[in-house]
Design a protein around this ligand. Structure first.
Ligand code: GLC
Length: 424
C-alpha cells in the first residue's frame, strides 16, 4: 500500500473546507494544535491549503490575542462538551481555553518551504498577516500565563496542555470541587473503549474547571488569579520557548526589530526561569503545581522536549538521555507518554502510556537539532514503523504497537507526510 497516498487521503477526507477535523467521529471540529501539525502534512502536497489551515484557525482569535483550543465551526449536537457548555459568547463559537502554541513553529516551516520552492514572494503578505496574529497570541501568554515572569506557561485546564489526562494533573486536580458538576452524558466513551479514556472522576474535574471559567465570563485575568487548577506545564513551556525562537526569526525576516526585541525578551526570561521545572531528584524535566510548588514527579514524553526548546546543559541533557535509553530498552516503540516503570503506566489509556506521533515529531526534531542523531533516528523510525504496521491511529501502544483512540487520524497522517518529505 502507498502510505503517502493513504495519508493524503485522510487529510482530504477530514478537510471540512479550510479546516481539518482530527477525526470525523470523535472530534468533529477544529482543534488548535492539531491544525498546526496538520498544516505540515498539507505542505507536502498542497502549499496553499497548508497556509489556509492556520489562517482559518486564527479567524477564531479573540480581541485580546487568545486563540481557543476548539473552534466549533459547525454544530454537532452529539459532541460533549459543546458550545452551550463553554458559552463563551464568541463568533465563531469557541471554547474558552487554549492549547500548546505550535503554530508559530509550523508557520516558520511553511515559510521556509515556500522560499525554498521559489514562492517566497507569493506568500510574504500571508506571512505578514499571520505574524501579527501569532505575536498577539504569544503576548497573551506573556500577559496572562507567565508564571512569576519565568517564561513558564501555566495551564488552567488539563485540556490546555494537549496531554489531557496525564498523571501530572492528578495531584493538582484533587482540590477541584466537583460537587456541583451535575449530570452529563459523555460522547467520547460512546465512540471509544472506555479503557482508553479518562475516568469519571477526571471528567468531573474537567467540567468543574469549564464551569469555573464560564462563571468568570472567560475573564482570563480573573482565571489567572483565581482558577482552582494552575499548573506550570513543562510541555507548553518548552513548546512556547521554541515557538518564540521561531517567531523571532520571522520578525527578523520581516524586518520588525521592535517586535523581535520584545520576543527575545520572552526568550531570555524563559532561559533564565525555566529551570524551575527541572526536578533534580528525578533527573528530569517535569510539570509543577504553582499553588503548592510540588513537582509532578513523573517522567513523561514532555520531559524530552528541552532539546526542541533549544535548551542545552551538560548535566541535565545527560540525565534526560539516560532516561531515554532506559525507557527505550523497556519498550519496543518510544516515546511512551508515561514512564513504563511507573506503576500507573497503562499502555492504551490516554496520556498514561501510549505514543503520540506529534510529540515524537517534536522530540525527534529537537534531538536532531541538538546533534543527537542516534536518538533522533530511533524516535523517527519507531514512529514511522508504528504507522506502517497499523495505519494512522490517534496513538499507539509503546509495548506492542496496537493503535489506540480514533483511526484515520489527521495529525498522525500529517506527521507521516512531514517526516518523509526530506527522504524524497
Ligand atoms: C485529545 C488530545 C488533544 C487533541 C485532541 C484532538 O483531546 O488529548 O491533545 O488536541 O484530542 O485530537
Amino acid at each position: 500500500m502507498d502510505l503517502d497516498a493513504a495519508a493524503r487521503d485522510i487529510l482530504r477526507a477530514n478537510d471540512h473546507g479550510g479546516y481539518t477535523v482530527p477525526n470525523g467521529r470523535v472530534y468533529p471540529f477544529q482543534w488548535n494544535w492539531d491544525s498546526a501539525f496538520v498544516a505540515l502534512g498539507f505542505d507536502a502536497f498542497d502549499r496553499d491549503r497548508a497556509w489556509r489551515e492556520i489562517e482559518t484557525l486564527f479567524r477564531a482569535q479573540w480581541d485580546d490575542g487568545f486563540l481557543p483550543h476548539i473552534v466549533f465551526w459547525k454544530d454537532d449536537p452529539g459532541y460533549f462538551p459543546g458550545p452551550s457548555v463553554w458559552d463563551t459568547g464568541k463568533q465563531p463559537v469557541t471554547s474558552g481555553i487554549t492549547q500548546p502554541p505550535v503554530a508559530a513553529t509550523s508557520i516558520r516551516k511553511l515559510w521556509e518551504s515556500a522560499k525554498a520552492a521559489g514562492e517566497g514572494e507569493r506568500y510574504r503578505s500571508r506571512l505578514e498577516a499571520l505574524f501579527g496574529k501569532l505575536l498577539a497570541w504569544h503576548r497573551w501568554f506573556a500577559t496572562y500565563r507567565d508564571f512569576e515572569d519565568r517564561g513558564i506557561v501555566v495551564a488552567m485546564h488539563p485540556w490546555e496542555t494537549g496531554r489531557d489526562n496525564s498523571p501530572e494533573w492528578d495531584a493538582p486536580g484533587e482540590p477541584i470541587d466537583i460537587s456541583n458538576v451535575g449530570e452529563y452524558v459523555r460522547r467520547d466513551t460512546s465512540n471509544l473503549d472506555s479503557k482508553m479514556r479518562p475516568t469519571k472522576l477526571e471528567y468531573d474535574r474537567y467540567l468543574a474547571l469549564v464551569q469555573f471559567g464560564r462563571a468568570t465570563g472567560w475573564d482570563h485575568a480573573r482565571i489567572a488569579a483565581e482558577n482552582p487548577f494552575r499548573v506550570a506545564d513543562v510541555g507548553m513551556s518548552m513548546i512556547l520557548l521554541r515557538a518564540n525562537r521561531d517567531l523571532a526569526a520571522l520578525a527578523d525576516e520581516l524586518e520588525k526589530p521592535a517586535d523581535a526585541a520584545e520576543i527575545r525578551q520572552w526568550i531570555d526570561r524563559a532561559e533564565r526561569g525555566i529551570g524551575w521545572l527541572w526536578d533534580e531528584e528525578l533527573g528530569a524535566w517535569g510539570s509543577r503545581d504553582t499553588l503548592t510548588g510540588r513537582y509532578s514527579g513523573f517522567v513523561t514524553s514532555a520531559s524530552f522536549l528541552s532539546f526542541y526548546a533549544g535548551l542545552s546543559d551538560e548535566h541535565r541533557d545527560a540525565a534526560i538521555s539516560s532516561h531515554f535509553d532506559r525507557i527505550g530498552s523497556a519498550v519496543e516503540f518510544v516515546m511512551p507518554s508515561l514512564d513504563p516503570d511507573d506503576p500507573g503506566f497503562q499502555m492504551i489509556r490516554y496520556w498514561r502510556g501510549p505514543v503520540w506521533a506529534v510529540v515524537n515529531y517534536m522530540i525527534g526534531t529537537g534531538l536532531a537539532e541538538a546533534g543527537d542523531g542516534a536518538r533522533a533516528e530511533r524516535v523517527r523510525n519507531d514512529t514511522l514503523e508504528l504507522m506502517r504496521r497499523n495505519g494512522f491511529y490517534e496513538a499507539y501502544s509503546p509495548v506492542d504497537g496496537t493503535g489506540s483512540g480514533g483511526d484515520d487520524f489527521s495529525w498522525t497522517a500529517a506527521i507521516w507526510l512531514a517526516w518523509n518529505r526530506s527522504a524524497h
